[in-house]
Ligand binder design. Structure first.
Ligand code: SF4
Length: 148
């Protein structure tokens, strides 16, 4: 039996024209939130947008991804670094885990340094609940710069 992990990626609709360059690169290199798959094989079972504020597709997209074998869903890093970050991110996370019983990971590729610096100035992530959300993608400065 294959120990390949199938994942779904949901992106913020503001970045709906994004071709996924940073996400796919990070997946290949197992960086950012994908570091949890180091040494493992991963396949993308689905890739879609939230559907635009307030995220109507969050309700349905996981079902389709799960049908294709996804066992983990990632919210793309754009949810975290957008101006402003998605105000529903925590709710969406908890909703998908509660409704579908599937693991949801905050983020995909490492946070780019330019976004990190601006959000530091804005104090965007000062509330304690951001610690958990940032943990998978914060990375060190060298890696953040590589994703600028
Ligand atoms: S801010 Fe949130 S709800 Fe709005 S488009 Fe982005 S991910 Fe979707």
């Amino acid at each position: 039996m294959s120990d390949k992990t199938k994942i779904g990626i949901i992106i913020c609709d503001r970045y709906k024209l994004c071709a996924g360059g940073k996400c796919f690169r990070a997946l290949l290199k197992k960086e950012g939130a994908f570091k949890i798959y180091k040494g493992k094989e991963v396949e993308i079972a689905g890739y879609t947008s939230c559907g635009g504020c307030p995220g109507g597709n969050i309700e349905y997209a996981p079902e389709e991804m799960i049908k294709n074998g996804a066992t983990v869903i990632h919210f793309a890093t754009g949810f975290i670094v957008g101006y402003p970050p998605c105000p529903y991110i925590k709710y969406f996370h908890d909703f998908i885990e509660a409704k579908y019983g599937i693991k949801v990971v905050y983020g995909t590729h490492p946070i780019p340094q330019k976004y990190y610096l601006t959000h530091e100035k804005l104090k965007t992530w000062k509330e304690p609940y951001w610690k958990e959300i940032l943990e998978p993608t914060l990375c060190d400065e060298e890696i953040r710069k590589a994703y600028d």
